[in-house]
Design a protein. Structure first.
Ligand code: RIB
Ligand code: NA
Length: 340
């Protein structure tokens, strides 16, 4: 019973700068820092920090790091946050994944280049998956959806793991955050029960799986009325692009313009504006913090609207600090901010 993240762990090498260089250009930056990151481990740390302290469920990370000091620091941070790391591989002949990040100080916006390193080895055979996800007696006895498995796309083939889970552990809920974006078939999209995408990924999905006319129509509609067009898209994804067996939930984040959400049980698209009036320092990992907020709260049976408010508040706190994993707030900090 609990939440497992199966994905990447990266160490972030972050340069803070006023300008980013053009090709062939050398310029001076303001400062350089190293921070724990990686979409998988950020999301896992976020779930662990944002879960209710009075609820006792397991948060687990599955993935691979190199046998180096970056890997050690990433594993230590997960352990500090009480994450189960027993199935995290430390590989002798690979480097820990590295993200080279440029953060523009005026806006806090980032550019990220990842070198996958050990993450490239996070490929699992059916025999390994049997061991990683043993069939519990409870899930054999009742239909309760008591396991959440969270995926991003910084490991080679998350979809084949999702497919195995759907075929062999049908009560598990699959949460998919398609980042960085990769083209998938309609069948692959349909493996997820809860799909969390940003506005850019949403349009990349439309471009890759919808007929050309529909893509063009959506692009025009977005220019005319941004929120309304994305609302229509949210409903469309909810009906056509997620597994209909379970909650069939779709969440589209729109950055500074807010977030949209709907599900099979709450089909009317909900909208929540972003938190305004804050100084954005570093947006790296904001989406991962948001995802951890959503996933922990939905697991704890909160409504979509409550989970969205919690997650939006969490990411608004994260973007006011530098670093990805280290800027994730605690459950209490989020609750206190919501009450203010
Ligand atoms: O989502 C932010 C993360 O993307 C960074 O921490 C970096 O490691 C990349 O994986
Ligand atoms: Na941050």
């Amino acid at each position: 019973m609990g939440i497992t993240v199966i994905g990447s762990l990266n160490y972030d090498l972050v340069t803070y700068t006023d300008l980013v260089p053009s090709s062939g250009e050398t310029i001076r930056a303001n400062k350089f820092e190293t921070h724990p990151g990686g979409k998988g481990s950020n999301q896992c740390n976020s779930i662990a920090k944002l879960k209710s302290k009075n609820l006792d469920y397991k948060v687990k990370m599955i993935g691979s790091v190199g046998n180096d000091s970056f890997g050690t620091q990433l594993v230590d941070l997960l352990k500090q946050n009480n994450v189960d790391v027993t199935d995290l591989a430390v590989l002798d002949n690979y480097q820990t994944g590295i993200a080279t990040i440029l953060v523009e100080e005026a806006t806090g916006q980032n550019r990220i280049l990842i070198a996958e390193g050990a993450n490239g080895q996070s490929v699992y055979t059916p025999t390994q998956l049997e061991k990683l996800f043993p069939q519990s007696l409870q899930s054999l006895q009742n239909d309760e959806q008591d396991e959440y498995i969270v995926f991003q796309h910084e490991i080679p083939d998350p979809c084949s793991i999702m497919k195995w889970l759907k075929e062999n552990r049908s009560t598990y809920q699959i949460i998919y955050n398609p980042s960085p974006f990769k083209k998938l078939s309609r069948e692959q999209w349909l493996l997820s029960d809860i799909l969390v995408v940003n506005e850019i990924e949403a349009m990349q999905i439309v471009e890759s799986v919808y007929p050309k006319e529909e893509h063009t129509a959506y692009k025009l509609a977005i220019e005319k009325n941004f929120i309304e067009a994305y609302k229509t898209l949210c409903t469309d994804f909810q009906k056509k692009l997620v597994n209909q067996q379970n909650s069939a939930t779709v969440i589209i984040t729109l950055g500074s313009r807010g977030v949209l959400f709907c599900s099979k049980n709450e089909p009317t698209v909900g909208y929540l504006p972003a938190v305004s009036g804050i100084k954005v320092v570093d947006t790296t990992g904001a989406g991962d913090t948001f995802l951890g907020g959503i996933v922990s709260q939905l697991y704890e049976k909160k409504s979509l609207a409550d989970a969205a408010l919690f997650a939006t508040t969490a990411s608004s706190l994260a973007i006011q600090k530098r670093g990805a994993a280290e800027s994730i707030p605690t459950h209490l900090q989020v609750l206190t901010t919501i009450k203010q």
